[in-house]
Design a protein around this ligand. Structure first.
Ligand code: FAD
Length: 495
Protein backbone atom coordinates (compact mmCIF):
# COMPACT_ATOMS: atom_id res chain seq x y z
CA UNK A 1 0.00 0.00 0.00
CA UNK A 2 1.03 3.61 -0.52
CA UNK A 3 0.76 6.30 2.09
CA UNK A 4 1.29 10.03 2.40
CA UNK A 5 2.63 11.78 5.50
CA UNK A 6 1.24 15.28 5.93
CA UNK A 7 3.75 17.43 7.85
CA UNK A 8 2.34 20.38 9.79
CA UNK A 9 3.73 21.21 13.25
CA UNK A 10 6.28 18.42 13.05
CA UNK A 11 8.92 19.60 10.59
CA UNK A 12 11.62 17.02 11.27
CA UNK A 13 12.55 13.55 10.07
CA UNK A 14 13.55 11.92 13.35
CA UNK A 15 11.41 10.64 16.25
CA UNK A 16 8.27 11.43 14.25
CA UNK A 17 5.02 9.65 15.11
CA UNK A 18 3.12 10.00 11.83
CA UNK A 19 6.16 9.16 9.70
CA UNK A 20 6.88 6.11 11.85
CA UNK A 21 3.31 4.81 11.61
CA UNK A 22 3.27 5.30 7.84
CA UNK A 23 6.66 3.63 7.31
CA UNK A 24 5.68 0.62 9.40
CA UNK A 25 2.23 0.21 7.83
CA UNK A 26 2.72 1.03 4.15
CA UNK A 27 5.15 -0.14 1.48
CA UNK A 28 5.79 3.26 -0.06
CA UNK A 29 5.62 6.53 1.80
CA UNK A 30 5.44 10.04 0.31
CA UNK A 31 6.00 13.16 2.40
CA UNK A 32 4.25 16.49 1.89
CA UNK A 33 3.75 19.94 3.33
CA UNK A 34 1.07 22.43 2.28
CA UNK A 35 1.61 26.18 2.62
CA UNK A 36 -1.97 26.77 3.65
CA UNK A 37 -3.44 29.87 2.07
CA UNK A 38 -6.26 29.85 4.62
CA UNK A 39 -3.61 30.71 7.22
CA UNK A 40 -1.09 32.63 5.12
CA UNK A 41 -3.49 35.04 3.42
CA UNK A 42 -4.25 36.79 6.72
CA UNK A 43 -0.57 37.41 7.58
CA UNK A 44 1.55 40.48 6.81
CA UNK A 45 3.76 39.92 3.77
CA UNK A 46 6.92 39.86 5.92
CA UNK A 47 6.46 37.32 8.70
CA UNK A 48 9.36 35.64 10.48
CA UNK A 49 7.33 32.49 11.06
CA UNK A 50 6.72 31.94 7.36
CA UNK A 51 10.43 32.37 6.71
CA UNK A 52 11.24 30.03 9.62
CA UNK A 53 8.92 27.38 8.19
CA UNK A 54 10.23 27.80 4.66
CA UNK A 55 13.85 27.44 5.72
CA UNK A 56 12.99 24.52 7.98
CA UNK A 57 11.34 22.76 5.02
CA UNK A 58 14.60 23.02 3.08
CA UNK A 59 16.29 21.28 5.99
CA UNK A 60 13.54 18.65 6.22
CA UNK A 61 13.67 17.97 2.48
CA UNK A 62 17.45 17.46 2.68
CA UNK A 63 17.05 15.07 5.60
CA UNK A 64 14.39 13.01 3.86
CA UNK A 65 16.54 12.75 0.75
CA UNK A 66 19.58 11.74 2.77
CA UNK A 67 17.57 9.17 4.74
CA UNK A 68 16.28 7.67 1.49
CA UNK A 69 19.74 7.59 -0.09
CA UNK A 70 21.26 5.94 2.97
CA UNK A 71 18.69 3.17 2.52
CA UNK A 72 18.89 2.74 -1.23
CA UNK A 73 16.08 5.10 -2.29
CA UNK A 74 17.04 7.75 -4.82
CA UNK A 75 14.75 10.76 -5.19
CA UNK A 76 12.88 10.73 -1.89
CA UNK A 77 12.11 14.18 -0.48
CA UNK A 78 9.39 16.61 0.44
CA UNK A 79 6.52 17.52 -1.87
CA UNK A 80 5.48 21.10 -1.17
CA UNK A 81 2.16 22.58 -2.26
CA UNK A 82 0.71 26.07 -1.91
CA UNK A 83 -3.05 26.46 -1.62
CA UNK A 84 -5.96 25.86 0.75
CA UNK A 85 -4.94 22.72 2.64
CA UNK A 86 -8.53 21.47 2.76
CA UNK A 87 -8.44 21.12 -1.01
CA UNK A 88 -4.73 20.68 -1.77
CA UNK A 89 -4.11 17.76 0.54
CA UNK A 90 -6.96 15.50 -0.65
CA UNK A 91 -6.11 16.40 -4.26
CA UNK A 92 -2.44 15.48 -3.75
CA UNK A 93 -3.35 12.21 -2.03
CA UNK A 94 -5.55 11.30 -5.01
CA UNK A 95 -2.88 12.26 -7.57
CA UNK A 96 -0.31 10.11 -5.77
CA UNK A 97 -2.75 7.21 -5.57
CA UNK A 98 -2.25 6.59 -1.85
CA UNK A 99 -4.61 4.56 0.30
CA UNK A 100 -3.84 6.35 3.56
CA UNK A 101 -2.70 9.73 4.90
CA UNK A 102 -0.88 10.06 8.23
CA UNK A 103 -0.55 13.20 10.31
CA UNK A 104 -0.21 14.38 13.90
CA UNK A 105 -3.01 15.62 16.15
CA UNK A 106 -3.51 19.36 16.23
CA UNK A 107 -6.08 20.31 18.86
CA UNK A 108 -6.54 23.97 17.97
CA UNK A 109 -10.21 24.52 17.08
CA UNK A 110 -9.46 25.76 13.54
CA UNK A 111 -7.14 22.81 12.90
CA UNK A 112 -9.73 20.32 14.16
CA UNK A 113 -12.29 21.78 11.77
CA UNK A 114 -9.80 21.66 8.86
CA UNK A 115 -8.84 18.08 9.64
CA UNK A 116 -12.48 17.02 9.84
CA UNK A 117 -13.05 18.45 6.35
CA UNK A 118 -9.91 16.77 5.02
CA UNK A 119 -10.93 13.48 6.60
CA UNK A 120 -14.31 13.68 4.90
CA UNK A 121 -12.86 14.54 1.49
CA UNK A 122 -10.29 11.77 1.73
CA UNK A 123 -12.99 9.31 2.77
CA UNK A 124 -15.01 10.27 -0.32
CA UNK A 125 -12.02 9.13 -2.36
CA UNK A 126 -11.64 5.94 -0.34
CA UNK A 127 -8.54 7.19 1.49
CA UNK A 128 -8.16 6.82 5.27
CA UNK A 129 -6.75 9.58 7.50
CA UNK A 130 -4.73 8.26 10.46
CA UNK A 131 -3.77 10.74 13.18
CA UNK A 132 -1.46 10.30 16.16
CA UNK A 133 -0.15 12.19 19.16
CA UNK A 134 3.18 13.83 18.48
CA UNK A 135 3.26 17.42 19.71
CA UNK A 136 3.06 16.87 23.47
CA UNK A 137 4.09 14.15 25.91
CA UNK A 138 0.55 13.64 27.29
CA UNK A 139 -2.49 14.94 25.47
CA UNK A 140 -6.24 15.24 25.76
CA UNK A 141 -7.46 12.91 28.55
CA UNK A 142 -4.22 11.06 29.25
CA UNK A 143 -3.65 12.87 32.55
CA UNK A 144 -6.85 13.10 34.62
CA UNK A 145 -7.73 13.37 38.31
CA UNK A 146 -8.54 10.23 40.30
CA UNK A 147 -12.23 10.88 39.61
CA UNK A 148 -11.59 11.11 35.88
CA UNK A 149 -11.94 14.83 35.29
CA UNK A 150 -9.43 17.20 33.73
CA UNK A 151 -7.16 19.12 36.06
CA UNK A 152 -7.74 22.82 36.60
CA UNK A 153 -4.71 23.36 38.82
CA UNK A 154 -1.16 22.92 37.60
CA UNK A 155 0.75 21.36 40.52
CA UNK A 156 -1.45 18.26 40.98
CA UNK A 157 -1.53 17.92 37.17
CA UNK A 158 2.25 17.98 37.11
CA UNK A 159 2.50 15.43 39.91
CA UNK A 160 0.23 13.02 38.06
CA UNK A 161 2.08 13.72 34.81
CA UNK A 162 5.42 12.87 36.44
CA UNK A 163 4.02 9.76 38.12
CA UNK A 164 2.63 8.50 34.84
CA UNK A 165 6.01 9.00 33.21
CA UNK A 166 8.01 7.40 35.97
CA UNK A 167 5.81 4.45 36.89
CA UNK A 168 8.37 1.69 36.45
CA UNK A 169 5.92 -0.97 37.64
CA UNK A 170 3.55 -0.21 34.78
CA UNK A 171 4.30 -1.65 31.35
CA UNK A 172 4.13 1.86 29.95
CA UNK A 173 6.07 3.43 32.81
CA UNK A 174 9.73 4.19 33.31
CA UNK A 175 9.97 6.67 30.49
CA UNK A 176 7.99 4.56 27.98
CA UNK A 177 6.21 7.66 26.74
CA UNK A 178 9.49 9.33 25.86
CA UNK A 179 10.77 6.52 23.65
CA UNK A 180 11.66 7.83 20.22
CA UNK A 181 9.88 6.61 17.08
CA UNK A 182 12.73 5.05 15.11
CA UNK A 183 12.68 6.31 11.54
CA UNK A 184 15.99 5.30 9.97
CA UNK A 185 15.44 1.56 10.29
CA UNK A 186 12.28 1.83 8.15
CA UNK A 187 13.55 4.45 5.72
CA UNK A 188 13.80 2.03 2.78
CA UNK A 189 10.05 2.55 2.48
CA UNK A 190 10.37 6.22 1.64
CA UNK A 191 9.07 6.58 -1.92
CA UNK A 192 10.94 8.37 -4.72
CA UNK A 193 9.00 11.47 -5.75
CA UNK A 194 7.52 11.10 -9.25
CA UNK A 195 9.16 13.71 -11.56
CA UNK A 196 6.04 15.91 -11.67
CA UNK A 197 6.21 16.25 -7.87
CA UNK A 198 9.94 16.75 -7.48
CA UNK A 199 10.22 20.55 -7.45
CA UNK A 200 12.50 22.21 -4.93
CA UNK A 201 10.97 23.84 -1.85
CA UNK A 202 9.43 27.14 -3.06
CA UNK A 203 11.18 30.38 -2.22
CA UNK A 204 9.54 33.01 -0.03
CA UNK A 205 8.80 35.03 -3.15
CA UNK A 206 7.13 31.98 -4.76
CA UNK A 207 4.55 31.99 -1.97
CA UNK A 208 4.17 35.76 -1.97
CA UNK A 209 6.28 36.70 1.07
CA UNK A 210 9.24 38.97 1.70
CA UNK A 211 12.36 38.23 3.71
CA UNK A 212 12.53 39.38 7.35
CA UNK A 213 15.40 39.93 9.76
CA UNK A 214 15.20 36.25 10.84
CA UNK A 215 18.76 35.49 9.76
CA UNK A 216 20.16 38.34 11.79
CA UNK A 217 18.55 36.92 14.94
CA UNK A 218 19.97 34.13 17.05
CA UNK A 219 17.33 31.71 15.84
CA UNK A 220 18.82 29.05 13.58
CA UNK A 221 16.14 27.18 11.61
CA UNK A 222 15.23 23.55 10.98
CA UNK A 223 16.21 20.48 12.98
CA UNK A 224 19.81 21.47 12.47
CA UNK A 225 19.14 24.79 14.17
CA UNK A 226 17.22 23.11 16.99
CA UNK A 227 20.17 20.80 17.59
CA UNK A 228 22.53 23.79 17.90
CA UNK A 229 20.27 25.47 20.44
CA UNK A 230 19.82 22.25 22.35
CA UNK A 231 23.56 21.54 22.55
CA UNK A 232 24.11 25.04 23.83
CA UNK A 233 21.30 24.77 26.39
CA UNK A 234 22.35 21.39 27.74
CA UNK A 235 25.61 23.01 28.83
CA UNK A 236 23.56 25.51 30.87
CA UNK A 237 20.52 23.50 31.98
CA UNK A 238 21.81 22.83 35.50
CA UNK A 239 21.65 26.59 36.13
CA UNK A 240 18.25 27.11 34.56
CA UNK A 241 16.38 27.59 37.86
CA UNK A 242 18.74 30.41 38.87
CA UNK A 243 19.17 32.08 35.50
CA UNK A 244 15.76 31.84 33.87
CA UNK A 245 14.18 34.94 35.40
CA UNK A 246 16.79 37.49 34.31
CA UNK A 247 16.20 38.72 30.78
CA UNK A 248 19.70 40.20 30.46
CA UNK A 249 21.34 36.79 30.74
CA UNK A 250 21.19 33.64 28.67
CA UNK A 251 18.99 31.58 30.97
CA UNK A 252 16.27 29.81 28.96
CA UNK A 253 16.64 27.43 26.03
CA UNK A 254 15.20 29.62 23.22
CA UNK A 255 13.68 26.42 21.82
CA UNK A 256 10.05 27.61 21.84
CA UNK A 257 9.82 28.30 18.09
CA UNK A 258 11.31 24.88 17.41
CA UNK A 259 8.78 23.27 19.71
CA UNK A 260 6.03 25.21 17.99
CA UNK A 261 6.97 23.92 14.54
CA UNK A 262 8.18 20.52 15.67
CA UNK A 263 11.71 20.94 14.37
CA UNK A 264 12.66 19.16 17.57
CA UNK A 265 10.79 16.31 19.24
CA UNK A 266 9.19 17.06 22.60
CA UNK A 267 9.98 13.49 23.69
CA UNK A 268 13.63 14.06 23.05
CA UNK A 269 13.71 17.26 25.08
CA UNK A 270 11.67 15.81 27.93
CA UNK A 271 13.93 12.74 27.95
CA UNK A 272 17.05 14.90 28.19
CA UNK A 273 15.54 16.88 31.08
CA UNK A 274 14.15 13.81 32.82
CA UNK A 275 17.47 11.94 32.74
CA UNK A 276 19.30 14.96 34.14
CA UNK A 277 16.63 15.49 36.76
CA UNK A 278 16.94 11.87 37.87
CA UNK A 279 20.67 12.51 38.14
CA UNK A 280 19.93 15.29 40.65
CA UNK A 281 19.84 18.42 38.46
CA UNK A 282 17.54 21.07 39.95
CA UNK A 283 17.77 23.13 36.76
CA UNK A 284 16.57 20.18 34.67
CA UNK A 285 13.71 19.57 37.09
CA UNK A 286 12.49 23.15 36.77
CA UNK A 287 12.90 23.10 32.99
CA UNK A 288 10.94 19.85 32.73
CA UNK A 289 8.11 21.49 34.64
CA UNK A 290 8.01 24.23 31.96
CA UNK A 291 7.50 21.48 29.39
CA UNK A 292 4.71 20.18 31.63
CA UNK A 293 3.08 23.66 31.58
CA UNK A 294 3.08 23.32 27.81
CA UNK A 295 1.19 20.01 28.01
CA UNK A 296 -1.09 21.51 30.68
CA UNK A 297 -2.25 24.38 28.48
CA UNK A 298 -2.74 22.06 25.52
CA UNK A 299 -5.08 19.86 27.54
CA UNK A 300 -6.90 22.96 28.85
CA UNK A 301 -7.56 23.99 25.25
CA UNK A 302 -8.71 20.48 24.38
CA UNK A 303 -11.16 20.24 27.28
CA UNK A 304 -12.25 23.88 27.27
CA UNK A 305 -12.16 25.27 23.72
CA UNK A 306 -14.28 28.19 25.00
CA UNK A 307 -11.07 29.76 26.37
CA UNK A 308 -10.55 31.03 22.84
CA UNK A 309 -12.26 34.38 23.19
CA UNK A 310 -13.64 33.84 26.70
CA UNK A 311 -12.36 33.83 30.26
CA UNK A 312 -11.69 30.32 31.53
CA UNK A 313 -13.72 31.34 34.59
CA UNK A 314 -16.95 32.67 33.09
CA UNK A 315 -17.61 35.14 35.93
CA UNK A 316 -14.57 37.11 34.72
CA UNK A 317 -16.31 37.82 31.43
CA UNK A 318 -18.37 40.38 33.40
CA UNK A 319 -15.36 42.67 33.86
CA UNK A 320 -15.68 46.02 32.13
CA UNK A 321 -12.43 46.90 30.40
CA UNK A 322 -11.47 50.36 29.24
CA UNK A 323 -12.57 51.19 25.72
CA UNK A 324 -12.86 54.15 23.38
CA UNK A 325 -10.24 56.59 22.13
CA UNK A 326 -8.32 56.86 25.40
CA UNK A 327 -8.00 53.08 25.64
CA UNK A 328 -6.93 52.89 22.00
CA UNK A 329 -4.17 55.41 22.71
CA UNK A 330 -2.98 53.52 25.79
CA UNK A 331 -2.96 50.28 23.83
CA UNK A 332 -0.96 51.86 21.00
CA UNK A 333 1.58 53.15 23.53
CA UNK A 334 1.91 49.64 24.98
CA UNK A 335 2.33 48.04 21.53
CA UNK A 336 4.96 50.56 20.49
CA UNK A 337 6.84 50.55 23.80
CA UNK A 338 5.99 54.14 24.79
CA UNK A 339 4.53 53.62 28.27
CA UNK A 340 7.31 55.41 30.16
CA UNK A 341 8.02 52.26 32.19
CA UNK A 342 11.44 51.21 30.91
CA UNK A 343 11.18 47.47 31.52
CA UNK A 344 7.81 47.32 29.77
CA UNK A 345 9.06 49.41 26.86
CA UNK A 346 12.28 47.42 26.50
CA UNK A 347 10.28 44.19 26.48
CA UNK A 348 7.96 45.51 23.77
CA UNK A 349 11.01 46.58 21.77
CA UNK A 350 12.30 43.03 22.09
CA UNK A 351 9.14 41.44 20.67
CA UNK A 352 8.83 44.08 17.96
CA UNK A 353 12.43 43.72 16.80
CA UNK A 354 12.90 39.97 17.21
CA UNK A 355 9.56 38.16 17.63
CA UNK A 356 10.82 36.77 20.95
CA UNK A 357 10.11 37.95 24.47
CA UNK A 358 11.59 36.55 27.66
CA UNK A 359 9.04 34.72 29.83
CA UNK A 360 9.46 37.04 32.84
CA UNK A 361 8.80 39.99 30.55
CA UNK A 362 5.74 38.36 28.99
CA UNK A 363 4.31 38.20 32.50
CA UNK A 364 5.30 41.80 33.25
CA UNK A 365 3.92 43.36 30.06
CA UNK A 366 0.73 41.27 30.19
CA UNK A 367 0.09 42.31 33.78
CA UNK A 368 0.84 45.93 32.87
CA UNK A 369 -1.62 45.95 29.97
CA UNK A 370 -4.43 44.41 31.98
CA UNK A 371 -3.85 45.74 35.48
CA UNK A 372 -2.15 49.09 34.90
CA UNK A 373 -3.91 50.13 31.71
CA UNK A 374 -7.23 48.31 32.31
CA UNK A 375 -7.23 46.87 28.80
CA UNK A 376 -8.90 43.63 27.80
CA UNK A 377 -6.40 40.75 27.91
CA UNK A 378 -7.69 39.59 24.51
CA UNK A 379 -6.16 42.67 22.86
CA UNK A 380 -2.75 41.73 24.21
CA UNK A 381 -3.27 38.09 23.33
CA UNK A 382 -4.01 39.07 19.74
CA UNK A 383 -0.95 41.33 19.57
CA UNK A 384 1.28 38.51 20.77
CA UNK A 385 -0.38 36.12 18.33
CA UNK A 386 0.72 38.22 15.38
CA UNK A 387 4.18 39.08 16.70
CA UNK A 388 5.57 36.01 18.50
CA UNK A 389 7.70 33.60 16.48
CA UNK A 390 6.69 30.90 18.95
CA UNK A 391 3.01 31.86 18.95
CA UNK A 392 1.02 28.90 20.13
CA UNK A 393 -2.70 29.31 20.77
CA UNK A 394 -2.78 27.10 23.88
CA UNK A 395 0.31 28.57 25.60
CA UNK A 396 -0.43 32.16 24.62
CA UNK A 397 -4.03 32.01 25.76
CA UNK A 398 -2.97 30.26 28.98
CA UNK A 399 -0.25 32.84 29.63
CA UNK A 400 -2.60 35.76 29.06
CA UNK A 401 -5.38 34.32 31.16
CA UNK A 402 -2.85 33.57 33.90
CA UNK A 403 -1.63 37.16 33.92
CA UNK A 404 -5.14 38.60 33.67
CA UNK A 405 -6.30 36.35 36.54
CA UNK A 406 -9.14 35.02 34.39
CA UNK A 407 -7.76 31.57 33.75
CA UNK A 408 -6.97 28.16 35.01
CA UNK A 409 -4.71 28.23 38.06
CA UNK A 410 -4.18 31.94 37.39
CA UNK A 411 -2.45 34.64 39.37
CA UNK A 412 -5.02 35.91 41.97
CA UNK A 413 -6.44 39.23 40.73
CA UNK A 414 -5.30 41.18 43.78
CA UNK A 415 -1.70 40.21 43.11
CA UNK A 416 -0.58 43.00 40.82
CA UNK A 417 2.98 43.20 39.54
CA UNK A 418 4.66 46.50 40.28
CA UNK A 419 6.49 47.27 37.03
CA UNK A 420 9.23 49.18 38.86
CA UNK A 421 9.99 46.58 41.50
CA UNK A 422 9.90 43.83 38.84
CA UNK A 423 12.49 45.85 36.97
CA UNK A 424 14.68 46.35 40.05
CA UNK A 425 14.46 42.68 40.89
CA UNK A 426 14.91 41.04 37.50
CA UNK A 427 17.07 43.56 35.63
CA UNK A 428 18.95 44.97 38.63
CA UNK A 429 21.75 46.56 36.64
CA UNK A 430 19.42 47.72 33.89
CA UNK A 431 21.39 45.78 31.28
CA UNK A 432 18.36 44.48 29.44
CA UNK A 433 16.79 47.95 29.44
CA UNK A 434 20.00 49.50 28.11
CA UNK A 435 20.14 46.96 25.28
CA UNK A 436 16.68 47.87 23.98
CA UNK A 437 16.43 51.51 25.09
CA UNK A 438 19.84 52.96 24.27
CA UNK A 439 18.51 56.46 24.96
CA UNK A 440 18.49 55.53 28.67
CA UNK A 441 21.92 53.91 28.64
CA UNK A 442 23.66 56.77 30.40
CA UNK A 443 21.27 56.78 33.34
CA UNK A 444 22.69 55.18 36.50
CA UNK A 445 21.36 51.62 37.06
CA UNK A 446 19.44 52.65 40.17
CA UNK A 447 17.61 55.39 38.27
CA UNK A 448 16.87 53.49 35.08
CA UNK A 449 13.84 51.63 36.43
CA UNK A 450 11.80 54.82 37.03
CA UNK A 451 13.36 57.78 35.21
CA UNK A 452 10.55 60.16 36.26
CA UNK A 453 11.77 59.84 39.85
CA UNK A 454 15.31 60.89 38.95
CA UNK A 455 16.43 64.42 39.88
CA UNK A 456 16.43 66.81 36.91
CA UNK A 457 20.19 67.23 37.33
CA UNK A 458 20.72 63.46 36.96
CA UNK A 459 18.48 63.34 33.90
CA UNK A 460 20.33 66.28 32.39
CA UNK A 461 23.68 64.62 33.09
CA UNK A 462 22.47 61.53 31.22
CA UNK A 463 21.30 63.69 28.33
CA UNK A 464 17.63 62.89 28.85
CA UNK A 465 14.64 65.17 28.78
CA UNK A 466 11.47 63.33 29.74
CA UNK A 467 8.83 63.76 27.11
CA UNK A 468 11.48 64.41 24.45
CA UNK A 469 13.96 61.53 24.66
CA UNK A 470 11.81 59.16 26.63
CA UNK A 471 8.11 59.36 27.61
CA UNK A 472 6.82 60.30 31.02
CA UNK A 473 4.78 57.41 32.49
CA UNK A 474 1.34 57.13 30.85
CA UNK A 475 -0.24 55.91 34.05
CA UNK A 476 0.39 56.12 37.78
CA UNK A 477 0.87 52.62 39.09
CA UNK A 478 -0.58 53.20 42.57
CA UNK A 479 -3.75 54.80 41.19
CA UNK A 480 -4.06 52.10 38.50
CA UNK A 481 -3.80 49.43 41.15
CA UNK A 482 -6.77 50.83 43.06
CA UNK A 483 -8.81 51.07 39.86
CA UNK A 484 -8.00 47.46 39.03
CA UNK A 485 -9.04 46.20 42.43
CA UNK A 486 -12.35 48.01 41.95
CA UNK A 487 -12.69 46.65 38.40
CA UNK A 488 -12.21 43.09 39.58
CA UNK A 489 -14.59 43.54 42.53
CA UNK A 490 -17.48 42.72 40.19
CA UNK A 491 -16.06 39.19 40.07
CA UNK A 492 -15.91 38.86 43.82
CA UNK A 493 -19.56 39.79 44.10
CA UNK A 494 -20.51 37.14 41.51
CA UNK A 495 -18.21 34.34 42.64
P1 FAD B 1 12.28 27.91 28.24
O1 FAD B 1 12.27 28.60 29.54
O2 FAD B 1 13.54 27.30 27.77
O3 FAD B 1 11.14 26.79 28.33
C1 FAD B 1 11.16 25.60 27.55
C2 FAD B 1 9.88 25.39 26.84
O4 FAD B 1 8.83 25.15 27.75
C3 FAD B 1 9.42 26.57 26.01
O5 FAD B 1 10.08 26.58 24.78
C4 FAD B 1 7.93 26.32 25.90
O6 FAD B 1 7.65 25.39 24.89
C5 FAD B 1 7.61 25.67 27.23
N1 FAD B 1 7.11 26.67 28.17
C6 FAD B 1 7.83 27.44 29.00
N2 FAD B 1 7.03 28.20 29.77
C7 FAD B 1 5.77 27.91 29.40
C8 FAD B 1 4.49 28.37 29.81
N3 FAD B 1 4.33 29.27 30.79
N4 FAD B 1 3.40 27.87 29.18
C9 FAD B 1 3.52 26.94 28.21
N5 FAD B 1 4.70 26.48 27.78
C10 FAD B 1 5.81 26.95 28.37
N6 FAD B 1 4.97 30.11 24.97
C11 FAD B 1 4.85 29.68 23.72
O7 FAD B 1 5.49 28.69 23.34
N7 FAD B 1 4.03 30.31 22.82
C12 FAD B 1 3.29 31.41 23.17
O8 FAD B 1 2.55 31.94 22.34
C13 FAD B 1 3.42 31.90 24.50
N8 FAD B 1 2.75 33.02 24.88
C14 FAD B 1 2.88 33.46 26.19
C15 FAD B 1 2.14 34.58 26.61
C16 FAD B 1 2.24 35.04 27.91
C17 FAD B 1 1.44 36.25 28.34
C18 FAD B 1 3.07 34.38 28.83
C19 FAD B 1 3.19 34.86 30.24
C20 FAD B 1 3.80 33.26 28.43
C21 FAD B 1 3.71 32.78 27.11
N9 FAD B 1 4.45 31.65 26.68
C22 FAD B 1 4.29 31.20 25.39
C23 FAD B 1 5.26 30.86 27.62
C24 FAD B 1 6.75 31.25 27.72
O9 FAD B 1 6.87 32.62 27.94
C25 FAD B 1 7.57 30.85 26.49
O10 FAD B 1 7.33 29.50 26.17
C26 FAD B 1 9.05 31.02 26.72
O11 FAD B 1 9.36 32.33 27.07
C27 FAD B 1 9.81 30.62 25.48
O12 FAD B 1 11.18 30.77 25.65
P2 FAD B 1 12.16 29.52 25.80
O13 FAD B 1 11.92 28.52 24.74
O14 FAD B 1 13.53 30.09 25.91
O15 FAD B 1 11.66 28.93 27.18
Amino acid sequence: ARALVWFRRDLRADDHAALYHALTQAKQVFCAFVFDRSILDALPRADRRVEFIRDSLVDLDAQLRALGQAHGVEGAGLIVRHGAAERELPALAAELGVQAVYCAHDDEPAALARDATVRGRLADAGIVLHTAKDHVVFERSEVLTASGSPYGVFTPYKNTWLRKLADAGHPRGDGFYLRPYPIARHARRLAPRPPAFAQPVPTLADIGFEPTNLHRLKLPTGSTGAQELLDDFLDRIDNYHDARDYPAIKGPSYLSTHLRFGTVSIRRLARAAWDRMNGGSRGAEVWLSELVWRDFYHQVLHHHPRVVGHAFRPEYDAIKWEHGKAADALFAAWCEGRTGYPLVDAAMAQINQTGYMHNRLRMVVASFLVKDLGIDWRWGEAYFATHLNDFDLAANNGGWQWAASTGCDAQPYFRIFNPVSQSEKFDPEGRFIQRYLPQLARLAPKLIHAPWLARPVDLAAAGIELGRDYPAPIVDHAAAREKTLARFAVVKSRA
